[in-house]
Ligand binder design. Sequence first.
Ligand code: ATP
Ligand code: MG
Length: 442
Amino acid sequence: MRLSKYYSFTLKENPSDAYLVSHKLMLRAGMIKQATSGIYTWLPLGLKVLNKIKDLIRIAHIKNDVYEILMPTIQPSDIWIKSGRYDDYGKEMLKISDRNDNELLYGPTNEEMITDLVSNDIKSYKDLPKLLFHVQWKFRDEIRPRFGVMRCREFLMKDAYSFDLDYENSYYSYCKMFILYMKIFKLLGLKIIPVKAASGPIGGALSHEFILETSSGETQIFYDKRVFDHDVSNVNLTNKTDAIVATENILSLYSRTSEKHDLSVFKNTVESQNQIISNGIEVGHIFYFGTKYSEAFNANYINNKGSKELIHSGSYGIGVSRLVAAIIEANNDDRGIKWPKKVTPYDIGLINVRSDNDTCNCFSENFYKKFSKKYEVIYDDRNVRVGDKFHNMDLLGIPLQIIVGEKNLLNSNIEIKERVTGKSELININKVESYLEYKCEF
Ligand code: ATP
Ligand code: MG
């Protein structure tokens, strides 16, 4: 991508109305623009990151037999009246009526709609288990939308739903999703603390939140730091015992938000050197709610003895748009964003220091053409001050920066800077290809 053609409008100064670093940086890097309170337009750079995160999450689900559907944003009110949540959900639900005075709403979540769907399709115990997900925009009329896309009104959520024969099978689905979430967050380069949670208006018995530790987080957390010692990468999710044991191992370590914190367990024990008190942001939340929705929607199946049973279900949410901000919150410095390689909008930033110099121009053009085939390259070909190019590339947070200058080229070198460490190296132009291969290996 050539920056001269891109839709990229960055800000030099911090916007005065933003409080969180991630919000300031998303505005400054030109990733989002507020349309009205808590509602945002995603600009090319922001959308690119959002789509990368979304696709990583989608693929991880599909690989594990959780299949993708797409339910609408607008829902009829009758299914919410049926579940009893139409009034319970309160003012966060945006209610709309159409030209025929039918009551509709902009979906804040989809338990009703999906239970209604499967209640028509699932007939026999042979049809279960089933796991489905979608990635769709949600609307919640938050009382105080704030912090940019971290707490907004319209946001992108990945929500998955499990349907099982009974508690035992549902528990396996729950553990499978629990470990899948830990794997996804690891892929995204995030250190996540799963904590026991109250399940709130969704109802049900078993629930955990996934918290990203950051000093600016709204949630206070108390956790045992050995939670980070658990490596879930090799847990085989198709194996029931493996999924359950891995989940229970992680959950055997103490972790709570302030809402559920038990002072007597956490403080003054022999383990106190592992006990951390900190803050975090909720990026995911999972629930097992048994037959709550199946009862309302008559979602049942015929068991192997010929009698009717209610389906057991759970729901599993990740705040996809919130993750963009959360990742920035955990990866930035005073120069700007420092994208982890997995979610970076571009792998390589190409800076032509001398756009008035034929040698530099020619090298940069060739580099761009060659390496764009293999990597995502953002080429600053604009005719602006070189200092601005450096500042801009750091603000955008591109992991590897190729700096093309005349003096170095005469010695067959180019400078390559890593955004995360800030360190630069001179690399011989004949070795650039293998160097990039090594550095961009994910
Ligand atoms: P919170 O406690 O932060 O208000 P929640 O518990 O109401 O969130 P869930 O119903 O658990 O949210 O939704 C699943 C995920 O969707 C959350 O973990 C979060 O990442 C994301 N999410 C929820 N509300 C918002 C919001 N207003 N803006 C952005 N993301 C949100
Ligand atoms: Mg939640």
